[in-house]
Design a protein around this ligand. Structure first.
Ligand SMILES: Cc1ncc(COP(=O)(O)O)c(C=O)c1O
Length: 448
């Protein structure tokens, strides 16, 4: 069976470790620029070469289809939410990162309109040229206040924040230690820096301790809440190892901020960690906060260094100021409306309780990311298709986004769900097609 599915853009990469330059990024970066600086006109053989290249691409795409790894996009016909309309059909969705149900909230929409009236639509320039507006400045102050850190710096996306921070702070050849299930952007940042990326087994502090014992440790980087597993990094232990190794600990809390901790202040607040233990905090704004963009929070010196050196900050157009204005409103709403987190955590408990009663292979997670382990990619796709045929949208996540043999349904819950939505999902999960009468055990152990 070949089933086409939308990708999950929160994908971590499970690539193998890479040495500096292993991707060949630096080797021939100027190869296509002629000495006189003018582009050369394509000649006839070059056109043939491009037809050959297309044939090779088509063959590779065919292989992805054959192996059930081909991904296709869906078109939403209205706002993001738990009841999107897709291809003309109303669905019940459990696969966005809109954890607090803010993406289409009227307060944010009003703030966006107000921002457009005040600042127009585009920022028109990079932050360091003339694109840095009062709305950006205010949001940075709000984010610094929210995270309890001296400064915050806006980036256009979380992907760019991670590239920018790691490549600005790590020198070529320095050692960067990363959890194997980190988001792909953290690995890519280390590669862009030309650092030696060393990936330790998921949450395995003892392994990290052994690996980082030698000289040259520069940074330890980890998701706060892991995007595909929903579990939480052992931050106090990582901070201890970082201190012993003389390395900086950087936490990407894309899936924790807004959701866990007091007033949604994230995983660091949940675990009562301070900025000496975790000097670099990255957060994204397109998930729980419902808008778009990202930020880094830390010391005065850190933020000023990033402004001078982070290439993905310097060489790009600033986020539209109206989006920054709407995000300030989102942040205030997320802090103020504690009921969203309370309701969300009640839904998580209800879902886990129901899944345990059904003996489902749910992975160990107490965040809105509730992965159901299928093991085989085809099983995950069949499950996803079964749910879709019954009006429920949950994406199947397959390798290389997750390790081989760990394909899953990535179920995400939102404060916008009702209890009946959870019950409907559970009812369908109880009727999932089972292959050879076998359902994998989550984490190889008892199900919770
Ligand atoms: C842990 C993590 N970091 C960074 C990102 C990238 O953020 P953005 O979508 O803003 O680029 C994501 C998700 O997309 C993520 O899950």
């Amino acid at each position: 069976m070949t089933v086409h599915r939308a990708p999950d853009t929160t994908s971590p990469s499970t690539d193998a470790d890479s040495a500096p330059g292993a991707d060949g990024w630096d080797a021939d970066s100027s190869a296509s620029v002629p000495r006189d600086g003018l582009p050369s006109l394509p000649d006839a053989p070059a056109q043939h070469a491009s037809a050959d290249a297309d044939a090779a691409l088509a063959a590779e795409l065919e292989r992805l289809r054959r192996e059930n790894l081909y991904r296709a996009r869906r078109v939403l016909e209205g706002p993001q939410g738990v009841r999107p309309v897709i291809d003309g059909r109303g669905m019940l969705s459990f696969c966005s990162n809109d954890y607090l149900g803010l993406a289409a909230h009227p307060v944010l929409a009003d703030a966006l309109r107000e921002g457009v009236a005040r600042y127009g639509v585009g920022s028109g320039a990079a932050h360091l040229i003339s694109g840095h507006s009062e709305a950006h400045r205010q949001l940075e102050l709000d984010l610094a206040d929210f995270t309890g850190r001296p400064r915050a710096l806006l980036f256009s996306t979380g992907y760019m924040a991670n590239l920018g921070v790691i490549s600005a702070l790590c020198a070529r050849g320095e050692h960067v230690y990363a959890d194997r299930l980190n988001h792909a952007s953290l690995n890519d940042g280390a590669r862009l820096a030309g650092a030696r990326l060393k990936r330790y087994p998921h949450r395995d502090v003892a392994a990290l301790e052994r690996m980082s014992a030698g000289p040259g440790a520069s940074m330890i980087i980890t998701d706060g809440v892991f995007s595909m597993d929903g579990d939480i990094a052992p931050l106090p232990e990582l901070a201890r190892v970082a201190q012993a190794a003389g390395a900086r600990l950087m936490v990407d809390d894309a899936h924790g901020l807004g959701v866990v901790g007091r007033a949604g202040r994230g995983t660091l607040d949940l675990l009562r960690m301070d900025d000496l233990q975790v000097p670099i905090l990255v957060g994204t704004l397109g998930k729980a906060f419902g808008t778009f963009g990202a930020f880094v929070a830390g010391s005065e010196a850190l933020i000023e260094t990033l402004i001078q050196r982070a290439r993905s900050y310097i060489y790009t157009t600033a986020l539209p100021p109206a989006v920054a204005h709407a995000t300030s409103a989102a942040l205030a709403l997320a802090v103020r409306e504690e009921w969203r987190r309370e309701h969300l955590h009640r839904l998580i408990a209800r879902f886990r309780h129901g899944a345990a009663a059904l003996d489902l292979p749910l992975m160990e997670s107490h965040t809105p990311i509730q992965p159901l382990l299928a093991g085989d990619s085809l099983v995950a796709l069949e499950w996803s298709l079964f749910l879709e045929n019954n009006g429920v949208l949950v994406s199947a996540i397959r390798p290389p986004t997750v390790p081989k043999g760990a394909a899953r349904l990535r179920i995400t819950l939102s404060a916008a769900h009702h209890e009946q939505d959870i019950d409907r999902l559970l009812e369908l999960l109880g009727r999932l097609p089972r292959r050879r009468g076998r359902v994998p055990r989550a984490n190889g152990g008892p199900m919770t």
